[in-house]
Design a protein around this ligand. Structure first.
Ligand code: NAI
Length: 319
């Protein structure tokens, strides 16, 4: 099989001064793309920034290997400036890899508004701002590829990461809507939940595991997804240490209730085994994948709902 190349493509990689972003940027640089190496030079928690060296080192590396690259030091919050760098240096933008990120891990009890807001700002608003600035160019040229970076913490939840998990899964919904809106203009948008050794993970993983988790092992999937020949869109993948897997939603067959006054909390409890039974699952992939008309018909045909009594909430305070 021939090598996948990115000649004449302009690729923006955010947070490309280290970790996964650096691995993407150097790869695209080695396969013919013109690369915008964005990095603010932030600390792991985003407290400090402004170290131009992070992006400069990667640009030098790409150029020394014969590639084309330019540095950008803006925060992803100023996504329009990052896209402008691509336009000024290379005349267009074809691919956006939204990768920049920070952590502010704390148990939810100890999390402050600042911990919450900063994580949302960098991950969600940052990805939005870069994609938003690139979008008009992509629509106009009828071509675009965007990767947004989620996390297993967002998909499954992880202790101490309520802020990060919320932001990361927000990006999945964001991607899926862009995938639909970009469909006719050949703009493909996918999400990855990577696992790789970086300064983000070095404190939470044992050394032998870190050795198997090279950022380079996330690159092949990302490069495949943003190649001209790839039609995949609106999907999410787990990737790391040589493992690549697509995730999808699974919905139980569920239970149908007659929508009248007999539809009570206790009747939900009575059908709980059905609601949570995955023997005959469905795999919805679109908002249209629910047969509301059929479900309404089925509900109408029911005589009533199970009536095992009343669930009471005495003594509880609800907001
Ligand atoms: P990293 O900390 O090595 O790299 C992140 C880069 O983003 C840094 O170079 C930093 O300076 C830059 N950055 C931070 N804030 C920025 C801003 N406002 N504007 C521009 N650049 C900024 O982290 P790593 O591990 O390479 O992570 C890359 C992405 O992958 C992040 O979005 C992270 O949340 C995600 N991720 C990583 C996992 C892993 O196992 N390493 C697991 C799940 C998700």
């Amino acid at each position: 099989m021939a090598e996948l190349r990115f000649d004449n493509r302009v690729v923006i990689v955010t947070g490309a001064g280290g970790g996964l972003g650096k691995a993407y940027a150097t790869f695209f640089g080695s396969r013919g793309a013109s690369v915008v190496v964005n990095d603010l030079g932030a600390s792991r928690t985003g407290d400090e920034g402004g170290n131009h060296r992070a992006a400069d080192v990667v640009v030098d590396e790409i150029k020394k290997a014969g590639g084309k690259a330019v540095a950008n030091y803006d925060s992803v919050e100023d996504g329009d400036k990052i896209v402008q760098t691509a336009i000024d240096a290379f005349g267009k933008v074809d691919v956006v890899i939204n990768n920049a990120g920070i952590l502010r891990d704390k148990s939810f009890a100890r999390m402050t508004d600042a911990d919450w807001d900063l994580i949302q700002t960098v991950h969600v608003r940052g990805s939005y701002k870069v994609a938003k600035a690139a979008w008009a160019h992509m629509q106009k040229q009828g071509y675009g590829r965007i990767i947004n970076t989620a996390s297993a913490a967002g998909i499954y939840g992880n202790f101490g990461q309520a802020n990060y998990a919320a932001a990361k899964l927000a990006l999945f919904g964001f991607s899926n809507t862009l995938a639909r809106e970009g469909e006719k203009k050949n703009i493909r948008v996918n999400t990855i939940a990577p696992l790789a050794a970086s300064r983000m993970t070095e404190t939470v993983m044992p050394p032998d595991m870190l050795a198997a988790l090279k950022p380079e092992f996330v690159v092949p999937l990302v490069a495949y997804l943003v190649h001209d020949s790839t039609e995949e869109t609106g999907s999410i993948f787990e990737v790391g240490a040589g493992f690549v897997s697509k995730l999808r939603w699974e919905r139980s067959k569920g239970a149908v209730f007659k929508a009248d006054s007999t539809f009570t909390p206790a009747s939900v409890g009575a059908k709980w085994p059905q609601i949570t039974n995955f023997d005959k699952p469905q795999y919805p992939s679109s908002i249209m994948d629910t047969d509301w008309v059929g479900l309404l018909e089925e509900a109408k045909s029911l005589d009533g709902n199970p009536n095992p009594g009343e669930l009471r909430f005495d003594g509880k305070v609800a907001i």
